[in-house]
Write a protein that binds this ligand. Sequence first.
Ligand code: SF4
Ligand code: SF4
Ligand code: SF4
Length: 314
Amino acid sequence: MATVAEEWLNICGGCEVAILDLGEKLLDVLPSLEFVHMPVLMDHKYFGQTGEKSELEIPEADVGMISGGIRNEKEKHVAEEMRKKCKTLIALGSCACFGGIPALANMYTLDDIYEKVYRDSKTTESADTPSKDIPPLTDRVYAVDEVVNVDVHIPGCPMNPVIILEALTCLLEGKPFELPERSVCDDCPTKREEKSDVGLKRPLQDAEFTPGEYNTMRCFNEQGILCLGPVTRSGCGKQYNGNGEVVPRCVKGYMPCRGCFGPIREGANPLIDMMTALSSIGLDAKLVEDRRALLNRYIGGQNRLRPLPAKAGR
Ligand code: SF4
Ligand code: SF4
Ligand code: SF4
């Protein structure tokens, strides 16, 4: 029996829904797990049930799971306490692994953000930046492993429940867990000719496809529709049924990959690699508008996105 503590920091809640998406498979692992802390499901007060304690406290656990990145001092404190109390710590989802969508804010200074939200907004009255009874924001959005040591990363926005199950099973059996260094393209059944004879189209422009026939659909990039498959780690298409089907989640919905599983390997630079991939099939990568944000959409933590000097324009 392994004890489990789960925390959610700067999140949308989708990663917790992905855990529930394990469905009946959850019943297979539940007898081996004892949840000792999970704010989304269980009432546990950080400072004692009646607020009698002065130190934030999370119960000890064999496995700790954190979803969400770190955007304020309270979240930083909770992550540190989780690290202290959990023998193995898992970062769940792209927000925890890389900062996620909220880390797009790292392109701006805190002052810029406060000005935009509280004073420059055209639809609300100008106001002071709130500071009473709320934790102060950190200077930028952090991935969890920038603040505490993380043992296992499970990326995805949200994660694939099959991978959560694989990771938990490995931990229960005392085996290491790591995702392979493969790209989404490696799992993609679309037709590729290694060249594009069209220009880059606007994002979300319709692709050409016949419903249900992935094999005859031309690769999105070759259709001129930006797809981050070449620079994104595979795994989102894994199924329980074990029939080997791995069609990437977005491709299955006739949409291009947006990069939510993050870089294929640690230290890779998807922006540079994607520009190379586009050039290699004859597309002018410089025409990708707002490419700093678009090609780092889920991975702005770990210091990948930061404000540009004012002179360079934003
Ligand atoms: S990774 Fe995606 S689903 Fe998970 S908390 Fe972040 S935004 Fe939500
Ligand atoms: S770029 Fe996109 S559509 Fe093309 S092969 Fe890779 S994942 Fe599939
Ligand atoms: S295709 Fe790309 S964006 Fe879509 S779920 Fe898979 S990794 Fe994420």
